[in-house]
Every structure is written in C-alpha cells, then in structure tokens.
Design a protein around this ligand. Structure first.
Ligand code: ADP
Ligand code: MG
Length: 59
C-alpha cells in the first residue's frame, strides 16, 4: 500500500484505494479507487446492478 500526500486544504473527505467487495461468488466491486476532495461534487453513474449502492454502503 502506498501513502498519499495532501496539503491540509486538499485532504480528501473520502479516499478509497483498491476496494473489492464480494457477495459470495459475486465480485461486485473490483479494485475501486476514489478521491473526493473537500467542497467537491462527485456523481456516481452506471447501469442498474453495477455496484453504485454497494459502493455507497461501503463508504
Ligand atoms: N446484499 C446483497 N447480497 C447479494 N448481492 C447483492 C446485495 N446487494 C447487491 N447485490 C448485487 O450486487 C450487484 C450490485 O448491486 P447494487 O450495488 O445494488 O447496484 P446499483 O446500485 O448500481 O444498481 C448486483 O448484482 C446486486 O444483485
Ligand atoms: Mg442502487
């Protein structure tokens, strides 16, 4: 795992690196990287069943 360097003003509100989530055999999230900087707006889009809600639950 590598360390991330951020200035105080840029410290992410959310930072995810290499997230995997399985439901049994179903590999839903496959190495998710996400950085949400302070004051930003992030939109999560994708087809039904692609893992949007699962990602939000993990967060
Ligand atoms: N609690 C759960 N148990 C088993 N499978 C799940 C569960 N929640 C979601 N899934 C499956 O994970 C996949 C992603 O679902 P979901 O995160 O709800 O997608 P989205 O929100 O993008 O429509 C789908 O195949 C869904 O059937
Ligand atoms: Mg959903």
């Amino acid at each position: 795992m590598s360390a991330s360097i951020h200035t105080a003003a840029e410290t992410p509100k959310v930072e995810i690196s290499g997230l995997h989530k399985f439901f049994g055999e179903l590999h839903v999230l496959r190495g998710i990287d996400l950085i949400v900087p302070p004051g930003s707006v992030t939109v999560l889009i994708g087809p039904s069943g692609s893992g949007k809600s699962t990602l939000l639950r993990c967060i």
